[in-house]
Design a protein around this ligand. Sequence first.
Ligand SMILES: Cc1cc2nc3c(=O)[nH]c(=O)nc-3n(C[C@H](O)[C@H](O)[C@H](O)COP(=O)(O)O)c2cc1C
Length: 199
Amino acid sequence: MKILHLVFHPDLNASRVNNTWKKQLEQSGKVATSRDMYLEYPDFKIDIEKEQALLLSHDRIVIQFPIYWWSMTPLLKKWLDDVLQYQFAYGSKGDKLKGKDLQIICSAGGQAKNYNGFHMFATVPEVLKPFQLTANLAKMNYSQPLYMFNADACGEDEVVKYGQKWVEVIDDPRRADGLEYANAKIHEELIDVYAQLGL
Ligand SMILES: Cc1cc2nc3c(=O)[nH]c(=O)nc-3n(C[C@H](O)[C@H](O)[C@H](O)COP(=O)(O)O)c2cc1C
């Protein structure tokens, strides 16, 4: 499986979380191509042909970013608008991304207890709904998003621990099917629980 890793952080050098994760994923050797997209396009002038060619030459597209204002960072929005064109990503002949996997990785400054889907807060999968809908339109496999909360205040070890988790699962072929993956994980966790109970 050939993995394309696109990181959309406005200033990766000033980033703690996303920079650490990018390095961990790069160093894992599991990612074929890893790119700092703001470094690539500081003027927001996206090379559409190049981006489309990269999408075509990889199987799993991993998009990583910090959540800003319950949304994606601006270059990522521009990248979606520019690159996922009619008759490329959608339309009568627009099936070029069909069957590829879309994996989102993101960090949120808010705390888990607040991301409860109630009052002022949505859940992270709700915030990421546009990506799920985009994957649906492009006939891509939308994988369960990977994310962490409390990204500004948590300790360095926590950031690294999450990065290790991402490295562990990033090339898991089962993630192509979100439901199958969730079922398999629940099954594994139940086996653990039963083992702990001595059953
Ligand atoms: C402009 C801006 C908007 C933000 N909006 C949100 C938000 O809506 N929800 C949230 O949980 N965190 C928000 N944050 C916190 C970021 O998600 C957090 O700083 C980031 O995930 C940390 O990652 P980094 O160390 O890679 O920069 C915001 C941060 C900035 C700078």
